[in-house]
Design a binder for this molecule. Structure first.
Ligand code: SF4
Length: 224
């Protein structure tokens, strides 16, 4: 029983890994210098921008954050902000009451537990209010250079279409991807897929005919 399960696992990895290499090579060729679309200049600014980006485009967040970051320069500034004023400052990102509450709670937790600094570990980041693994991985990767796979809506959709995961919840998808993507590629892999999701592999009408990944994509081959 054990031997059969082991054989099956080995055979799956043996057929998957070359295809993963092809996927990584194609993405690297298509998106040479991937970078985070949220404009920021510090870990605190990135975590704030990420919270604001829920149910909102990065472009809209980038319109709001220059004035916001000029006004709120520290975790304490968010913690002590009057709720109504902070809500007005982020209103155009949508769900502004929830987001303002999240930012105030985040600021308070950073002041209380981390001397106002953004921590550098997954455990500490995900213990912060409003911070899940997606945000934590983005902050670790972008702000601290720690390898991580950010599973946002684009990464989730495209990795399912590419057959790299059959799971639907982000935590399980992240674990599946960590098994097959080399650690050194984790950060750029996520950023490249996010770019690909915006440009080509859109949710409703993926442009499979124009997609460089078509020959290694089961979903694309079934569509064209
Ligand atoms: Fe997405 Fe189609 Fe490209 Fe596959 S071939 S990654 S489904 S656009």
């Amino acid at each position: 029983m054990t031997a059969r399960a082991g054989t099956s696992h080995t055979s799956k990895r043996a057929t998957t890994i070359p295809r993963v290499r092809q996927i990584l090579a194609i993405l690297a060729r298509e998106y040479k210098s991937p970078k985070c679309a949220l404009v920021h200049s510090s870990p605190l600014e990135l975590i704030v921008a990420t919270i604001l980006s829920a149910q909102c485009t990065d472009a809209r967040v980038n319109q709001v954050t220059p004035a916001l970051f000029a006004k709120y320069r520290s975790a304490a500034d968010y913690a002590e902000a009057p709720a109504g004023r902070l809500e007005e400052d982020i209103r155009s990102t949508g769900f502004f009451r929830n987001k303002a509450r999240a930012l105030r709670n985040l600021g308070a937790a950073l002041v209380r537990d981390h001397h106002g600094q953004v921590p550098r570990t997954m455990e500490e980041l995900t213990a912060l209010p409003g911070v899940g693994r997606k945000t934590a991985n983005l902050v670790l990767a972008e702000a601290f250079g720690v390898p991580g796979i950010v599973v946002d809506t684009h990464v989730r959709r495209i990795t399912q279409r590419l057959g790299l995961t059959r799971r639907s919840d982000p935590d399980h998808i992240e674990r599946d991807l960590m098994q097959v993507i080399p650690r050194v590629s984790w950060n750029r892999f996520s950023l490249r897929l996010i770019q690909h999701g915006r440009a080509v592999c859109k949710a409703r009408n993926p442009r499979c005919e124009d997609c460089a990944l078509l020959r290694v994509c089961p979903e694309g081959l079934s569509r064209v």
